[in-house]
Structure formats: C-alpha cells, structure tokens
Design a protein around this ligand. Structure first.
Ligand code: FMN
Ligand code: SF4
Ligand code: SF4
Length: 258
C-alpha cells in the first residue's frame, strides 16, 4: 500500500472525495477517523492524507484528537483536503499548526467546494447546483491526484488572508469551545418512530435512546449526521430547521457511515 487516506464525514461529501481520490491514485487504503479515534495511529505508507469538512472556519474537534495520536515518519508525504460549503477560511493553516506540534510537516493542502450541510444557517442547495459542484469535484480530484502522485509541495489553499485571519484566527477558537454543548439545541418532534438510526450514525456516540427518543450527551461534534440521516426528518435544531431540506451526498449511503 502506497497511500493511506483517513477521512471524517457526516453527510458524505468528504467520503466521496476520499473514494474518488483513492480510485484515481490506486494502491490506497481508506480508513475512517471515528472508527480509530483513541487508538494509536502508526502510519506506515509513503503518503498519508486527511480528508474532512470545515467546521466554523477550522478543523472539527475530532481531527485535533486524531492528530495527537498519529505517528508519522519524517520522510512521509503528508497532505490534506478539506471540503467546505462557502468559506474554508484558514482551516488548512490551523491544521498545519496542529501537525507542527507533533513535528509533522503538512506538505500540501487543498480545499474542495461541496454542497453545504449546515442546516441551522441555510437550506440544502438545489439539485442542479449540487450536480455542478459534483462535476467540478471530479475534475479537481484528477489535478490533486497528479500532485499527490508526484509527492509535490503545494501551498495550503485558503480564503483571502484578511478574511481567514478574522474567521479562523479570531472566531474559530471561540466557536470551537462551544461545539461540544451545542447539542443542547437539538430536539425531536412527533415524527420520531424510535428507529435508532441517529444513535447508530453518530460518529462519537453522543446519542443514547431514552424512553424511545434520542437524548444528546454533550460531547457533540455538531456534524449534523443525526439531523440529516433521520428518515423521518424528526431531529430539529432550535427553531431553524423544521422547514429546511435535509442533505446527503447522493452517492453515499447511510450504511457507508456506520
Ligand atoms: C458544524 C458545521 C460547521 C460548518 N462550518 C463551515 C464553515 O465554516 N465554512 C464552510 O464553508 N462550510 C462549513 N460547513 C459546511 C461543511 O464544511 C460542508 O458541507 C462539508 O462538505 C460537509 O462534509 P461531509 O458531507 O463530509 O460531512 C459546516 C458544517 C457544519 C456541520
Ligand atoms: S433517527 Fe429519527 S426517527 Fe429514528 S430514532 Fe432518531 S429521531 Fe427518531
Ligand atoms: S449528536 Fe448528532 S451532531 Fe452531534 S456528533 Fe452525533 S451525529 Fe453529530
């Protein structure tokens, strides 16, 4: 095996990007980050990539925990792809600092615009726009694969410096502190049929069924997998999501994320 791709994905965008890249590169192992969290990660391949979504202009909390456990040889080619719905800001420079603390150098960082899934702020995109983004993704993957295959250095892609500095430098840290308890905003409406899918799909086991209804345990990633994959659209966040469409990548199935 030449490359390992570690991914985190709630609604499938980052998983689709991971699979597409693995398909173009060949000889690649694909590994779920939540399934390996807490374990020691000893990277033995020549190249390793992290692929995950942008959360509040930075990496999800689970990524920082994962990097702490990573062991990477000095000559390993380390790269990352972040999927995002509007502004990736300075997510990749933040990631680079997390790696630096472990003495690891992030050699290339790419951003990939995909349909946004943050339903508390906006509705799911119309299908025609999603399709446009999916076609663009396939083209970009070929370019990224070319750079990765040659083990080339590539700048850490980010939004215009001043915007990145404000959103990622000033706001991300404060927002990230609130994330674990943001699940206090979730509630479940009368359409819940107690199927337990939300409990199963949660990547960090933050949902337990109580009296046949989900209850949230306050170590949330705010990934929204529970909200988007509930077959009855019964999970809501505050008053904002009742009328909004749910989203998941059409090529990714619920069972791919368990
Ligand atoms: C908690 C949360 C915060 C988000 N913050 C951002 C953000 O700061 N910038 C952005 O462009 N997209 C943001 N998004 C959108 C996701 O990054 C984007 O839809 C991503 O492709 C989802 O990946 P997934 O399908 O692999 O889970 C956010 C989504 C969530 C759930
Ligand atoms: S996935 Fe939806 S319907 Fe199923 S138990 Fe959870 S909230 Fe209820
Ligand atoms: S409770 Fe929902 S939003 Fe929080 S980590 Fe689990 S699936 Fe994601």
């Amino acid at each position: 095996m030449k490359t390992t791709l570690y991914y985190f994905s709630a609604t499938g965008n980052s998983l689709k990007v991971t699979r597409d890249l693995a398909g173009v590169l060949g000889n690649t192992k694909v590994v779920s980050i939540p399934k390996h969290i807490g374990k020691s990660i000893d990277v033995k391949t020549d190249a390793v990539g992290l692929i995950f979504p942008v959360y509040m202009w930075g990496p999800p909390l689970i990524i920082a925990r994962f990097i702490k456990k990573m062991k990477v040889r000095k000559d390993t080619y380390v790269f990352a792809i972040v999927t995002y719905g509007g502004l990736s800001a300075g997510t990749l420079p933040i990631l680079s600092k997390l790696f630096q603390k472990k003495g690891i150098r992030l050699k290339a960082g790419f951003t990939m615009l995909m349909p946004g899934n943050y339903t508390p702020f906006y509705n799911a995109m119309p299908k025609w726009l999603q399709k446009f983004m999916f076609n663009r993704e396939l083209k970009r993957i070929k370019r990224i694969a070319n750079i990765v295959r040659k083990r080339k250095r590539h700048r850490l892609e980010q939004t215009f410096f001043l915007i990145s500095w404000i959103l990622s430098g000033l706001l991300h840290g404060k927002k990230a502190l609130q994330i674990p308890v943001m699940d206090k905003g979730f509630w479940v409406d009368e359409n819940c049929n107690s199927c337990r899918i939300c409990e199963k799909v949660c990547p960090v086991k933050n949902i337990r069924m109580k009296n046949k209804r989900p209850s949230w345990l306050h170590h949330c990633e705010q990934c929204l997998a529970c909200l988007h994959w509930c077959p009855k659209k019964a999970i809501q966040w505050e008053k904002r999501t009742k009328k909004r469409r749910r989203y998941h990548h059409p090529k990714v199935k619920l069972s791919d994320l368990y």
